[in-house]
Structure formats: structure tokens, C-alpha cells
Design a protein around this ligand. Structure first.
Ligand code: SF4
Length: 75
């Protein structure tokens, strides 16, 4: 069985702590101090992660697919 894994990267220097990602995908993002980080860097495909990356006002979240291709945010 092939398990597809996405990777979540959060640039904590760009993050402004808006809490958008934690509101959209509370199981995937957590605020530590006033900056977000991924609960787990490697996750199963989850549309909420894409939504969070698209909604981040700073584009601080990048979601990559199996081959490191950028899935979100769209450029
Ligand atoms: S949505 Fe972006 S700026 Fe807001 S807390 Fe999440 S990573 Fe930080």
C-alpha cells in the first residue's frame, strides 16, 4: 500500500500570529508563543492544510507533496 505524505513548512519569522491557520486546521497547527507551527510536519493529505496555507495573510505556510512540489499556496 502506498501512503501519500504531505509536508508542512511554517516560516516562523514571517508568521504574525494571526491564528488563521489554527482556526482553520486546529489539528494541524498550533500557536507556540505568538507564532504558529505544524503539529506534525508530515501529514496525510488534508484539504484543511491547503485551506490554511491559502488563507495565511503572510504566506508563511507552504505545503509540499510527495515529490516536494508546492501544493499550496498557489503562486
Ligand atoms: S495563518 Fe499564517 S500568519 Fe497566521 S498564525 Fe498561521 S502561519 Fe502565522
Amino acid at each position: 500500500m502506498t501512503v501519500v505524505t504531505w509536508r508542512i513548512e511554517v516560516d516562523r519569522t514571517s508568521c504574525v500570529g494571526s491564528g488563521m491557520c489554527t482556526a482553520i486546521a486546529p489539528e494541524r497547527f498550533v500557536l507556540v508563543g505568538d507564532r504558529a507551527q505544524a503539529v506534525e510536519a508530515a501529514v496525510e493529505p488534508d484539504d484543511a492544510v491547503l485551506d490554511a496555507a491559502e488563507s495565511c495573510p503572510m504566506e508563511a505556510i507552504v505545503v509540499r507533496g510527495e515529490n516536494a512540489e508546492v501544493l499550496a499556496p498557489e503562486v
